[in-house]
Ligand binder design. Structure first.
Ligand SMILES: *Cc1c(COP(=O)(O)O)cnc(C)c1O
Length: 428
């Protein structure tokens, strides 16, 4: 494959944009080569500026559950655009989208919309602090909750890919309120509560996707719930990635544990910038203007973003078989990858839930961030480069999750497995 035009575009971009990208995970830092500049997407495929086409397992890092250029979303957005991009005043579409979310998640009476996952989590944390009148928060090593100051501690994803577990520019006065626990390890959570009586909330990705794909153990989430209750702390599920991805009800369709607050993003915007957070009425009513906890946004809930979100969620609700199909395809892919790796004598850990999947070049199961970091990133880089050459676009880091979209068919997956067999053989 030729990448000449991407290379040129990247050089130009680097002159005027730091690192040539607007989000660090897009740079191919950990896998080598230059990031591909994209011309367009169509269904399961991405097409770069050199005209190469790839089956896309990134899907904009999660939002595009139906794939690129979904006709229903496209139409809804164009219709909304013609009526005005933003009013800074309420529209009925916000109530409709909120109603869908409240209807599906039993623990959510009310939601508020924002424009990104980062904003959703940042606001949920403020609300939890305001509601409990406590300052400290507990997060888990390797979980990513957006790039707001207090959450940029051992944050996985881009932060770990670049070896900066935290970031300069974040005052330690802020992060001193962030206590770190180990994923799937309840003792480490109990220790946090022993060291502080000022904990407002515990925030977790119940199905972690930002240290690679690492689902929580069901028993661990249950224990987490009890520990929070015992100490009067709120439990926040960050479902920005897993919401409407792992299942129709995100992690809550997979586990029994019920959180106090939930954050959303990605799929609920259908490709437009939308985030949301929701919970029980007595918590949500602490938000301004009814309550004292301030939170706001000029473009929050704008009609174009809401139209995309509604068109996405309505299609999801109409299609009872959607998650069954997605899950089947994800299983076909990871099962095949595991078999091909085994044939080539390469140690590979695979897993999937719903339309989310992951694989680690690791000879032991991955239960937490420490385990994930023991993966062979050189092998991952070789795999990534090899698969790109074969026309398959995976996230450019070992510590990310892959996504199946409905536009993918079994044939694409089987072709991917054939390519993987070839790449594994070359790697071995
Ligand atoms: C992507 C993600 C975020 C941040 O969302 P943005 O829209 O990128 O700000 C937060 N939490 C989780 C779990 C995510 O996967």
């Amino acid at each position: 494959m030729q990448y000449d035009k991407s290379i040129k575009a990247y050089e130009k971009a680097r002159n005027v944009i730091p690192g040539g990208v607007d989000s660090p995970v897009r740079a191919f830092k950990s896998v080598g080569g230059t990031p591909l500049f994209i011309k367009k997407g169509k269904g399961a495929y991405l097409v770069d500026v050199d005209g190469n086409a790839y089956v896309d397992f990134v899907q904009s890092w999660g939002p595009l559950i139906f794939g690129h250029t979904n006709k229903v979303i496209e139409k809804a957005v164009i219709k909304a655009v013609k009526k005005g991009l933003s009013f800074g005043a309420p529209t009925k579409s916000e109530t409709k989208l909120a109603g869908i979310i409240c209807g599906l998640y039993a623990c959510i009476d009310k939601v508020r919309f924002v424009s990104s996952g980062t904003e959703a989590v940042m606001s949920a944390i403020r609300l939890a602090r305001g509601f409990t009148c406590k300052d400290d928060i507990v997060k888990f090593e390797g979980c990513y909750h957006g790039h707001s100051d207090s959450l940029l501690v051992q944050a996985g994803s881009g932060a770990v890919t670049f070896g900066n577990p935290s970031s300069p520019g974040v005052p330690s006065d802020v992060t001193k309120h962030t206590l770190l626990a180990k994923y799937n390890d309840i003792e480490s959570v109990k220790k946090c509560f022993e060291s502080s009586s000022n904990i407002a909330c515990v925030i977790i990705e119940p199905i972690a996707g930002n240290m690679g794909f690492v689902p929580a153990d069901a028993a661990f989430l249950e224990e987490l719930r009890s520990v929070c209750d015992e100490h009067g702390a709120l439990l926040i599920f960050d479902e920005v990635m897993s919401g409407f991805r792992a299942s129709l009800k995100g992690a809550q369709g997979v586990y029994k544990t019920v959180p106090d607050l939930v954050t959303f993003g990605k799929v609920i915007g259908g490709g437009m910038p939308v985030g949301a957070f929701g919970g029980r009425v007595e918590i949500m009513d602490k938000l301004s203007p009814d309550g004292p906890v301030y939170q706001a946004g000029t473009l929050s809930g704008n009609p174009v973003a809401m139209a995309a979100g509604l068109a996405s969620l309505e299609q999801i609700l109409e299609d009872e078989e959607l998650y069954v199909r997605l899950e089947k395809k994800a299983k076909r892919l990871v099962k095949g990858l595991s078999e091909e790796a085994q044939k080539a004598g390469i140690a590979l850990q695979v897993d999937s839930i719903g339309s989310m999947f992951g694989f680690f070049f690791n000879d032991a199961p991955v239960k937490n961030f420490e385990d994930a970091l023991r993966s062979d990133t050189k092998r991952f880089a070789a795999f990534h480069q090899g698969m790109l050459q074969e026309g398959f676009y995976f996230a450019c880091s070992q510590f990310e999750t892959g996504f199946i979209c409905d536009a993918m068919d079994d044939e694409m997956i089987d072709e991917c497995l054939e390519a993987a067999a070839k790449v594994f053989k070359e790697m071995a």
